[in-house]
Design a protein around this ligand. Structure first.
Ligand code: GLA
Length: 366
């Protein structure tokens, strides 16, 4: 594994100098992995990472600035955290993330404006606890979306407007969420319209997971096709990309990219990670034991899988306009303890000490 100190840029130089100071103090320096992700993909698409305010200081912030060209707030802009009460917004965390991006020349993807999960308690009920009417819910949505998009207008270039509206199984296109129950399927187009009115320059995405599953892909396709045909301001589909070393196949992934592109939509990979464990429903068939250890076999399989994914992303660079990782390094991932409590996962390109893994090199060397 090749790690070098960079003298090419001020960050490298700062790191080199601080590394020398650290060496003097007997502490391991932080090397710069080269080429960096953002350099390697400069002529392809921005490479992003999901962040929380805690990632914006110390070694993680160094890594973010060195390697990435785009960030997404992991939780800070979700409806619950940012709009905890009807007449109160909590902007602090989201502002800190956008400020960090502005200071360091990073693009920002906003995430997300309308999702059935992580909603604030007050959103669907009135002061007596009764479910609100269609009109009230639409006006709450409009106010929320307008306020949030407006605040970051010109600083956020793309928004996940509606997240996960399609169910995993069955033949239905619409998840039976509160938004759907109270408003009906039009809640989706309304969300896009409100976002577009607030910032006509922002690129607006429908975002979902399991987008490579044949049945779910077909139903997402139906949904976005209908939106396009109705003239709804939707510009792209976000493939979340919560994958594993066992899936998706190259063919499954390419089919999804091609289908959405055929509608004239951009595709962004919005929440990429490659778990070292099979998905729950595949677990029994694969007979994989969970050791919580990152084995050499996992390391190699993961590098090969990431290589395959990025080979395809580059091949479709005219459709793919951003690839964003979900979390910074294996030190901390939302997949730790999920879905199995006590189990550690290793889904990213940097290890628990922020060092590049085999998978990193398989992504930048092409
Ligand atoms: C979904 C959401 C993300 C995040 C992940 C888990 O993919 O879109 O915001 O909550 O689940 O981290």
């Amino acid at each position: 594994m090749k790690t070098v100190f960079s003298l090419k840029n001020p960050i490298g130089l700062t790191l080199l100098l601080s590394s020398m100071a650290l060496l003097g103090a007997g502490i391991d320096p932080q090397p710069v992995a080269e080429p960096t992700l953002k350099e390697a993909y400069k002529t392809y698409f921005p490479i992003g990472v999901a962040v929380a305010p805690r990632n914006l200081t110390g070694p993680e912030s160094e890594l973010i600035i060195q390697q990435f060209s785009s960030i997404t707030p992991e939780n800070a802009m979700k409806m619950g955290p940012i709009h905890p009460e009807e007449n109160r917004y909590f902007w602090k965390d989201a502002d800190a993330i956008v400020d960090f991006a502005q200071k360091n020349g990073l693009k920002v993807r906003g995430h997300n404006l309308c999702w059935h999960s992580q909603t604030p308690r007050w959103f669907f009920t009135d002061s007596t606890g009764k479910q609100v009417s269609r009109e009230v819910l639409l006006s709450r949505m409009k106010r929320h979306i307008t306020d949030v998009v407006n605040r970051y207008k010109g600083k956020i270039y793309a928004w996940d407007v509606v997240n996960e509206a399609v169910p995993d199984t069955g033949t239905g296109v619409y998840r039976k969420s509160k938004f759907y129950e109270i408003i009906g399927e039009e809640y989706i187009e309304k969300a896009f319209e409100y976002a577009h009115q607030a910032d006509p320059d922002a690129r607006l995405f429908y975002n979902d997971y399991n987008t490579e599953n044949t049945s779910k892909r077909a139903r997402i396709y139906q949904l976005v096709k209908k939106l396009k045909e109705k003239g709804v301001p939707i510009h792209g589909v976000g493939l979340q990309g919560h994958w594993s070393i066992y899936e998706p196949s190259a063919q499954e992934l390419e089919t999804s990219i091609n289908q959405f592109a055929s509608l004239g939509l951009a595709v962004q990979v919005t929440e990429l990670d490659v778990s070292v464990y099979p998905k729950e429903h595949e677990r029994r068939e694969k007979k994989v034991t969970d050791t919580s250890e990152f084995t050499a076999e996992m390391d190699a399989k993961q590098a090969a899988h990431y290589k395959m994914l990025f080979d395809i992303f580059r091949k479709h660079k005219n459709t793919i306009t951003n690839v964003t990782f979900w979390n910074v390094s294996d030190k901390s991932s939302w997949l730790d303890n999920f879905p199995i409590p006590g189990r550690k996962d290793y889904p990213l390109l940097f290890d628990q000490s922020y060092q590049p893994k085999k998978a990193f090199w398989s992504v930048v060397k092409f």
